[in-house]
Ligand binder design. Structure first.
Ligand code: KG4
Ligand code: ZN
Length: 362
């Protein structure tokens, strides 16, 4: 963060320092963020090695691991921030969407801390956090298009001073879910997205012409057809007793990845052009995908549109993004009561997210 942004973030009185907690899926995370932009600490305990042997996240195992990790992770975040409990302004937590058992650990823990420390409590929507991650490393413009792509969500959102407007969402599988399911069918380890990204670097993207669901006339996405097409292709070959060489696995990974990135990038650029938005911001775990970044940048640049994405540490689930989103809520006085509950299908808070973006400009 530049000195200028740091000073700007501190202008206007006492700094707001929020201890944030994230436990919606398989990362136990805690962070302390000042004024929504300055990360004082950011600790992530990933459960990937634990779930890898099952080929995916096992919800019950995830909840138990969150229970073990949440206190040490939070203690470390507080220690590394160099702050005392008295210096904290609030406690924030991801309240949904996500795995209910995982969310419950974070929400119950944050409620207990807020009660014991006498601090206000803030409940944050997970996708709002992914969007707010963008503001941790740069000043976002007044208007832009966000392409949020994670394991649980794919959506295009228009963000401006008036509000935050979802333009389109996935009808079925999220982009990350498609990556993970296709990777599993290719016998690649969990999580599948990064493995496909890696394998695809040595494969041919035009080896197999997998279908694209364009859903013309909408900004919506659908990836379940692609997933079925890949599974059918593999099953038909396997039923004939055919096996796949490592080179063929690379080709299949590259072809499936191309189908996902082609649709995501083309639809994002078309929406930005139509809405006359000068910038497309990628957010969420899939924002780490190298092909998506390259294709989006290439197409957006050709259309005179800029692109940005967070560093890898802020693409994946983390608590700093929750602290960033919570700052806007704090400024608006949007506090939760101690009856805050985990909501695995929490609806998107349009106004809150919009005001988060607006508040950072202030
Ligand atoms: O945002 P995130 O960490 O958790 C959710 O909110 O779901 O996103 C996780 C998703 C997983 O599906 C993972 O496979 C995918 O992001 N992912 C990737 C890459 N890195 C993570 N997908 C494609 N390419 C990558 N490099
Ligand atoms: Zn996420």
């Amino acid at each position: 963060m530049t000195e200028e942004r740091m000073q700007a973030s501190q202008a206007g009185g006492e700094p707001v320092r929020i201890l944030a907690i994230e436990s919606s899926c398989d990362e136990t995370a805690a962070a302390v963020v000042e004024n929504g932009v300055r990360v004082l600490s950011n600790i992530i305990d990933s459960q990937i090695p634990i779930h890898r042997r099952f080929g995916g996240v096992v919800p019950e195992v995830a909840s138990r691991r969150h229970l073990q990790a949440i206190w040490p992770v939070t203690q470390q975040a507080l220690e590394e921030s160099g702050l005392t409990v008295e210096q904290l302004s609030a406690v924030a937590v991801t309240a949904g969407p996500g795995l209910v058992g995982s969310l419950l650990v974070g929400v119950s823990f944050a409620k207990a801390l807020a009660f014991a420390w006498g601090k206000p409590l803030i409940g944050v929507h997970h996708w709002q956090g992914h969007i707010a991650a963008l503001q941790l490393e740069r000043q976002m413009p007044r208007e832009y298009l966000a392409l949020v792509v994670s394991g649980s969500h794919s959506g295009l959102l228009k963000i401006n001073a008036q509000g935050l407007f979802p333009l389109g969402m996935s009808h079925d599988d999220a982009a990350g879910e498609a990556f993970d399911k296709i990777a599993r069918a290719l016998y690649l380890p969990y999580p599948g997205g990064p493995e496909i990204d890696k394998a695809a670097k040595n494969g041919r993207a035009d080896a197999v012409a997998f279908p694209r669901a364009w859903l013309e006339g909408t900004d919506d996405f659908s990836f379940s057809g692609l997933k079925s097409a890949v599974l059918n292709y593999l099953n038909q070959r396997r039923m004939k007793g055919e096996d796949f060489s490592p080179a063929e696995i690379n080709d299949l990974a590259a072809s499936a990845q191309e189908a996902i990135c082609d649709v995501l990038s083309a639809k994002a650029v078309a929406a930005a052009q139509r809405e006359k938005l000068p910038l497309i911001a990628l957010a969420g775990g899939v924002a780490a995908n190298s092909r998506l970044r390259a294709l989006l940048q290439q197409r957006a640049t050709a259309a005179g549109i800029e692109t940005v994405w967070p560093s890898p540490i802020y693409c994946t689930d983390n608590a700093a993004m929750i602290g960033a989103a919570a700052y806007g809520e704090y400024r608006l006085g949007h506090f939760a009561s101690l009856s805050l509950n985990a909501d695995p299908r929490k609806p998107f808070p349009l106004q809150a997210a919009a005001k988060t973006a607006a508040s950072v400009k202030a």
